[in-house]
Ligand binder design. Sequence first.
Ligand SMILES: Cc1cc2nc3c(=O)[nH]c(=O)nc-3n(C[C@H](O)[C@H](O)[C@H](O)COP(=O)(O)OP(=O)(O)OC[C@H]3O[C@@H](n4cnc5c(N)ncnc54)[C@H](O)[C@@H]3O)c2cc1C
Length: 374
Amino acid sequence: MNSRDVIILGGGLAGLVAGIYLVNSGANVCLIEKDSYPRHRVCGEYLSNEVKPYLEFLGLDLEHISAPQLSRMKFSTQKGNMLECKLGLGGIGISRYTLDHLLYQKFLEGGGKIIQTTAENCKFQEDTFIVHCKDGQTLEANFVLGAYGKRSNLDKSLKRSFINRKSAWMGVKAHYENKDFPNDLVALHNFQGGYCGLSKTDLGTVNVCYLATYESFQKYGNIKTYENKVLSRNPFLKDFFQNSTMVFENPLSIAQISFENKELVEDHIIMIGDAAGLIHPLSGNGMAMAIRSAKLASEALLEFKLDPKDQERIELKYTNSWRNNFRTRINTGRILQKVLMHEKLSNFSQSFVHKVPGLLPKIIKLTHGKEMHV
Ligand SMILES: Cc1cc2nc3c(=O)[nH]c(=O)nc-3n(C[C@H](O)[C@H](O)[C@H](O)COP(=O)(O)OP(=O)(O)OC[C@H]3O[C@@H](n4cnc5c(N)ncnc54)[C@H](O)[C@@H]3O)c2cc1C
């Protein structure tokens, strides 16, 4: 069996970004991804500008994609009281359909290998990782990065502690045609049981993505009725749904989204992206965190020259830098989500923030990082 330097489990943002950096640095990398490219995913598709310099360093030509620059934010309460502010660093509206595909192509161009199958389990035995795949292949490597997202069969096989606890959250997303939606705007509208983000994408569509409690959804049983009866109580969402046409045949949805703390290393597998921890989506920073955590993990591997003898030092280096970079953001995201989900608290905070100019951009800044340079 051919042993590689690194196997990456999952080819979303974190997996592909780590893969590109590692292959460009001369590592022998194999990435296992169960789905094909390009494809849409449940995501708000607001990509913070903090990661733009790094993506350009990896060779992504973002200037040639007509991704709108998102520079202002509007937030409305359930009843439709509106607050607006400029976004300090801002971001771009880029569909995952485009972004993941660009990264996938860069990874292949650099000499990375992708196997399209599901990784069924991964074991660390006698200082080597053995990965068994659904298609019958068995792969071997000195290091493994777990980049398989929020929830996966791999969490079950690793017996991760969060996996058996039910999570209350679900996510829904679809693209819409709406000619009046401004190019530079991220709108965040609160509704009973969740919140919904809207922004334009490089595909010319408006991405509509919301997070909702399963409890609030359950009573209505299907997405259309839920949107009509619950989301549309917010006047801005009502107006949007009435004046827009869905481009997707059906919305995409995911269930059981967990925001619990996760172990950063499991059986010596170094977790990156959502597999390491997910920030509440209202912050619009999950993609940036996935990309930054991929950078931290690949830098730790390369600092120790991919030497298996340094496995534990690499793990320590990574976990320390992950905590330093993300702890504050994740905690701020948790507090903001609690406030937003409590109607009275959300109304009160909105009027308070309204009276203190400059406060909202400062709060947003706490959920983001500094620009990422090499
Ligand atoms: C409702 C919602 C809205 C959001 N909005 C935003 C936003 O506007 N801005 C933002 O920055 N972030 C947002 N996020 C967060 C963002 O989507 C994630 O943080 C980001 O996608 C994490 O990337 P990842 O690479 O860790 O995981 P993913 O992109 O989920 O990739 C994981 C990959 O692993 C693959 N995989 C899983 N299991 C296996 C297996 N066993 N074998 C092989 N492959 C496997 C999957 O197919 C997938 O391709 C949002 C999240 C939610 C839930």
